[in-house]
Design a protein around this ligand. Sequence first.
Ligand code: ZN
Length: 364
Amino acid sequence: MSWSLPIGRFGPTILRVHLTFFLLLAWIGLSAWQRGGLSAARDSLLFIVLVFTCVVLHEFGHILVARRFGIETPDVTLLPIGGVAAMGRMADKPEQELAIAIAGPMVNVVIAALLFFVLGTIRPDDVVRIDDPAVSLFARLAAANIFLVVFNMIPAFPMDGGRVLRALLAMKFGRAKATRLAAGLGQILALVFGFLGLFGNPLLIFIAIFVYIAAASEAQMTAFAEATRGLAVQDAMARRFGALPLDATIGAALEAVLPTGQHDIPVVDGFGKPVGILVREDLRAAVDKLDGAEPVTSIMRVPVETVSSTAPLEAALDQVLDPAGTALPVTDRDGRLVGLLTCENLVELMITGSNRPDLRRDLR
Ligand SMILES: [Zn+2]
């Protein structure tokens, strides 16, 4: 993500801050400054930075447990709505997913407990007045951590509570069915939030939309992950497709491409290695503006991302499902083009997979 600024590294994990997060800081600082001058601005910013430090610690709760299970944790990104820890893959067993999901909120429970310990006693009404500067910073921070626990334990994706629920259900029903159940419950909850939001806090409507979309996409990603588990890229890639040589002209490309339905056409060099991708829309747009004798290299998309034919299919999912991306050229050990992986290949795999005995071993 180019919109994120790396600000630190903890072991193998890079901590990034999304640029919109700085907008949030500026907005909070400015509005506090308008209300109460410089000291109010300083107090508000300090509070937000401390809260987001707790959010980062929460994410590292997930990360440290995930690492114990051998899951790669390349980065954490801090967004205005919270933190997102990237995971290399899903946990193998429900017990592991449960441990990873619960570790984050547990960090906030510990922080809140420590703060209560430091504060001695805390008045319950202080906890409610989270945005009142008259209440001590630590008391407000303790309250924020309690809020983080409660919010994250809402049993709906993408909150940790949704993953906890899915893990618990998966112990009984298997992951695919557990995800459907958890996503369904999440969507019902989203509708309840949305309904409450209509009569109360409009923020609930925002959360409802967020949760509804996340539940649907989690269900879809899990379905893909289930269908692709244990398969290699070569099991799903298209083997019959058109490709263009490096010296092809736009005119030649038109002739070759128009009669086929192929959307993305790899361009290969003399050794058969992919050097670019010609996208159908780009070709159509170029026809009006450019001479047919121009080379396709002038309109192909570069650089081209490739994937090895023996790589696990699960690892290529993100690239293939990226709506802004193109088909993914698949290469052999020498880097030569041997296949093409598209979204349609994956959908086909999911539909036909259950009918193919050679794939059935991997499908539940
Ligand atoms: Zn979490």
